[in-house]
Design a protein around this ligand. Structure first.
Ligand SMILES: Cc1ncc(COP(=O)(O)O)c(C=O)c1O
Length: 438
């Protein structure tokens, strides 16, 4: 799918179409559904298509969606239908991937804290495992003495290429908690020996980081991993490392509707830094999450009240920390765009006035935008939080017992008809009481 088509899919007009249809269909309602997430399923399909096209057809590659980015089972099932695999990093995500119908061979199990039981289950099913550390490797040694496995097993390495703009998203720093750092004292030699002793160890994995990491930094980490694979193979005199899992991490542009860096551009950077990646010597796995979904989703909420306080204009809405957790707690790292709409979902026009867009939670910092120039918001209006298809509505935070909103998938027919499918029903008070011992 060409970039201009993707951009058209990420347009104010298209979001407005979906929003108006949602109001018309009662998916947004001032009394019964004050907050909801939306995922544009046509745009998701176009994004996945662009990912498949970006990688050369001559290389065997499994694009495993990082379930942490949006672990709703119907979303995972759609991504499976679109030809993706699934990367999981907890027993919950593991179960969600299986429930979404992924075959074990399409699932990759990461996480720095896998228990014996989880590892045994993965090995029994034949799910790929990326070993995080020496102790986990010893655990796998033990488990394999009693059971053969079809799992492909790799080691996660930390290429220590450094941090991007967001420290918490940078997984390849000198002291990162993830993987084994080959450059640390004696580790390269130890890795070579570990592969020599274990013919079943056949993959290397790295994930340099997520949002905030420049493409060149990510590609440098991959290049270091390719070099290590070649070193292992040449020292062992056999082609033991047959595959490389290069992780995810393509940064997303939260500033406007343009897809500033795409998969094609990343593949070009990979070719420049790590040409051997595409030599055909290695099978590949990728683990993109945010870049697959973020720009294809938005969150809509009603404005309940507006006020001024000390001269500051504030709109109190139903979208706050429970659905925009990162933005509320770390607004400088995770700024998001907000658009203003009237009660029908139509875009509001008029003079832009600086105002804060607040959530419903009981702490002063529950703000999704501060001093944001927007047409003056009034009670009964709607706001849309853009680019929230990954790591936002799908990953709610249960502070104040705020209920998890519904998430709806939308498709738009050529004649502009919008159809919705439920991706997650809204949590009810009864669900909440059940979860909290009521
Ligand atoms: C091991 C691993 N793979 C993939 C991802 C997905 O990254 P992103 O959503 O930035 O593509 C993450 C994110 O934390 C990760 O830790």
């Amino acid at each position: 799918m060409a970039n201009h088509q993707l951009t058209a899919l990420h347009s104010p007009e298209r979001r407005e179409l979906i929003l108006r249809a949602a109001v018309r269909d009662g998916l947004l309602d001032p009394e019964n559904a004050q907050l909801a997430g939306f995922l544009d399923l046509d745009a998701v399909a176009a994004t996945v298509d662009s990912l498949h096209r970006a990688f050369p057809g001559s290389v065997e590659v499994l694009h495993a969606f990082a379930a942490k980015a949006n672990s709703l089972v119907p979303v995972l099932a759609r991504l499976r239908d679109l030809g993706m695999g699934c990367e999981v990093a907890s027993p919950g995500e593991f179960a969600q991937a299986l429930a979404a119908g992924f075959q074990p061979a399409q699932i990759v199990f990461d996480s720095p804290a896998k228990t014996r039981r989880e590892l045994a289950q993965a090995l029994e099913l034949g799910v790929a495992v990326n070993v995080d550390n020496w102790q986990e490797l010893a655990r796998i040694d033990e488990l394999l003495t009693t059971r053969p496995t079809r799992s492909r097993i790799g080691v996660r390495v930390n290429p220590q290429t450094g941090a991007g703009a967001i420290g918490a998203m940078s997984t390849a720093t000198a002291t990162s908690k993830f993987g084994i750092a080959p450059a640390d004292d004696g580790n390269t030699e130890r890795l070579v020996e570990a592969f020599r002793d274990r013919p079943w160890l056949t993959w290397l994995h790295c994930h340099v980081g997520s949002q905030g990491c420049p493409l060149d930094l990510m590609a440098q980490g991959v290049a270091a991993t390719v070099a290590l694979a070649r070193k292992i193979n040449s020292e062992l005199g056999r082609r033991q490392v047959v595959g490389l899992d290069i992780g995810g991490g393509l940064p997303v542009n939260f500033a406007d509707d343009l897809a500033t860096s795409g998969y094609q551009e990343y593949v070009e950077r990979l070719r420049a830094h790590a040409p051997d990646l595409f030599s055909g010597e290695f099978q590949l796995v990728t683990e993109f999450g945010r870049s697959v979904l973020a720009k294809n989703g938005f969150t809509a909420a009603y404005v309940e009240y507006t006020k001024t306080s000390g001269g500051r204009a504030i709109a109190i809405t139903f979208a706050g920390v429970q659905v925009a957790t990162r933005t509320v707690f770390a607004p400088d790292s995770w700024p998001i765009r907000v658009t203003a709409h009237d009660a029908t979902g139509a875009a509001k026009h008029g003079e832009a006035v600086e105002q804060d867009v607040a959530g419903p939670a009981c702490f002063a910092g529950d703000l999704v935008a501060e001093a944001r120039p927007l047409p003056m918001l009034e009670p009964g209006d709607l706001v849309a939080l853009l680019d929230t298809g990954a790591y936002y509505t799908s990953t709610p935070f249960s502070y104040n017992s705020l209920l998890e909103p519904a998430v709806h998938g939308a498709t738009v027919a050529a004649d502009g008809t919008v159809r919705f499918a439920t991706l997650r029903r809204a949590q009810t008070v009864a669900d909440l009481l059940g979860r909290t011992g009521g």
